[in-house]
Design a binder for this molecule. Sequence first.
Ligand code: SAH
Ligand code: DHB
Ligand code: MG
Length: 207
Amino acid sequence: MFKDRLDYIRTLFAPESAALRATRENLTDPNDQISIYPEEGKLLQLLIRLGGIRSIIEIGTLGGYSTRWMADALPEDGKITTIEKDPARAKAARQHLPEKATLIEGNAVEVLKTMDTTFDMAFIDADKLNYLHYLDWAEQHVRKGGLIVGDNTLLFDAVWMQETPPRVRETALAAMRAFNLRLAQPEKYLSIMLPTHEGMTIAIKNF
Ligand code: SAH
Ligand code: DHB
Ligand code: MG
């Protein structure tokens, strides 16, 4: 039998390939287990296929686990560019990088300034304080009809709570609330937030 509903869903719909398992297991530091979950990876794959997504910018690689989920849904000539500032994490990610992926090591705030390409999709999953900055960039560089996805947008539920939980900083909370408010605007986006473990905000850019 199954442990719970997530175990059932993961077993049927989101089993890990050998490459995904190897990528996850390469993260040896227990503090580094902050990748997306398999069902979120599968959801991203569905979005990529539904949207005809061919090019992705990912902000926050960690070990490349989400990178591989997304890369696996791209067409043969599809490309994912992923940015990671932590040298040890970038090194680990390089050991398991999918062929369709290019890793850029550096602070995404700086790296993005040097990038002038247009992407079909942006996956924002790095430092919360800069989420608004990444959204500004994505609004300029994701094509009309493309996708902007933000991870951890519940910010440990702080976004909807009256009292800020102790682990959450007020500055990060203000940034995340503003990030979600912007993506919630129906004139600009067709969007929803899903109540995943950390919250995932998904938006089609209508402009
Ligand atoms: N997308 C990954 C998880 C990313 S965790 C997955 O689901 O598998 C967030 C990552 O963002 C961490 O590895 C952290 O080092 C990185 N990060 C934080 N701030 C950053 C910045 N300013 N520029 C680039 N990477 C950053
Ligand atoms: C953290 C970061 C993430 O990207 C995530 O999905 C979960 C937790 C963190 O920094 O704690
Ligand atoms: Mg995350």
